[in-house]
Design a protein around this ligand. Structure first.
Ligand SMILES: NC(=O)c1ccc[n+]([C@@H]2O[C@H](COP(=O)([O-])OP(=O)(O)OC[C@H]3O[C@@H](n4cnc5c(N)ncnc54)[C@H](OP(=O)(O)O)[C@@H]3O)[C@@H](O)[C@H]2O)c1
Length: 306
């Protein structure tokens, strides 16, 4: 297939493009920032500069590329500082997930593109009630913290717009597997503590496994949602000390809930205390996906160990 990858220079895009090519696809890769063309060419794809928030530009680029499939992997998270308001940090990414997705879907319709796969997110979204691990059929959190409402709404928009157009939304776990992963510096500097009992569950996924699942979804997936996470959703009290150990850092500090609420706000506390993990059963069953790193227990040392 001729595959148009929006966001080919990002953390997942840069892993995905070579895997697509290896599977016999021809790839057109979009980037936004200067210097991206060389990076995309270096990955083996045909580069195109594109701002997904420019709907006319998106239409032109997609019509010119004549792809059989589109994979939307654009986010705007590089260099973002995470403060108390997730919605402020995620504002540009939220627009890529709403306006950007709509522009790509409209262009796909006009160009007669048959396959559409987009990046969504699994962790911290499922309803904070019942069992610790959720499937794609389980309800999402109906009442996310105020500082994360727009972010949750943008992901819901993407999920609904893409699947109702016959496409696939991949709810990835927290990415890891690159030297500049977001958690690396804070954990090294002991700035990322275990909050309260650290019982909130997170789901992770190594970038190589995420890319492999994406290739399979493109080839084999049916319209709908897939959790793309590893086999071991885990509480913060387990994965955070293991991540610190893999990085050769001192063990994380512990802070009580009340202090975390005061310093970091409700969103952070929700992730640490009430969040639920995601099940990858559907992706393994329907896509025949086999993980190279079935658990962060092997993946963290493989990614960060010396
Ligand atoms: N599931 C997760 O845990 C998850 C999801 C996403 C990101 N992250 C993390 O966030 C960090 C940063 O992510 P990243 O490296 O992928 O960088 P990023 O800044 O999020 O960029 C991702 C891709 O989107 C493109 N892009 C950005 N703004 C765009 C726009 N307006 N129009 C079209 N394309 C646009 C970028 O192009 P340029 O490179 O040209 O700017 C890049 O190709 C990484 O550590 C990553 O692992 C985690």
């Amino acid at each position: 297939m001729r595959v148009f990858v929006a966001g080919a220079t990002g953390a997942i895009g840069a892993r995905l493009v070579p895997q697509l090519i290896e599977h016999g696809h021809e790839v057109i890769g979009s980037f936004r920032s200067a210097g991206g063309a060389e990076r995309v060419q270096g990955l083996g794809a045909e580069p195109v500069q594109l701002d997904l928030l420019d709907a006319r530009g998106v239409r032109q680029a997609v019509l010119a590329a004549k792809p059989d499939a589109i994979v939307h992997q654009a986010t705007a998270l590089a260099g973002v500082r995470f403060g108390r308001s997730l919605d402020r940090s995620f504002g540009p990414t939220n627009r890529l997930r709403t306006q950007g997705t709509d522009a790509l879907l409209a262009a796909a319709r006009e160009a007669g593109v048959q396959r559409f796969v987009a990046q969504s997110f699994a962790s911290y979204r499922y309803a904070r009630e019942g069992g610790p691990v959720k499937t794609e059929d389980d309800p999402l959190d109906p009442d996310p913290p105020a500082m994360a409402r727009e972010t949750n709404a943008a992901m819901r928009h993407l999920d609904q717009a893409v699947t109702s157009a016959g496409g696939i939304a991949l709810r990835y776990g927290g990415f890891y597997g690159a030297a500049n992963d977001g958690l690396v510096q804070p954990v090294r500097k002991r700035q990322f503590p275990v909050i309260g009992a650290g019982g909130g569950i997170s789901s992770f996924i190594h970038l190589d496994d995420a890319a492999a699942a994406t290739v399979l979804a493109l080839d084999l997936g049916g319209a709908g949602l897939y959790n793309i996470v590893d086999d071991e959703p885990a509480p913060m009290s387990e994965w955070l000390p293991a991540l610190a150990a893999a990085l050769g850092a001192k063990p994380p500090r512990h802070v009580p809930l009340w202090l975390a609420l005061l310093i970091a706000g409700k969103g952070m506390v929700m992730m640490a205390d009430g969040s639920r993990g995601a099940s990858n059963e559907k992706a393994k069953r329907e896509l025949g996906w086999k993980l190279r790193y079935p658990s962060w227990r092997q993946g963290f040392p493989a990614a960060y160990g010396s």
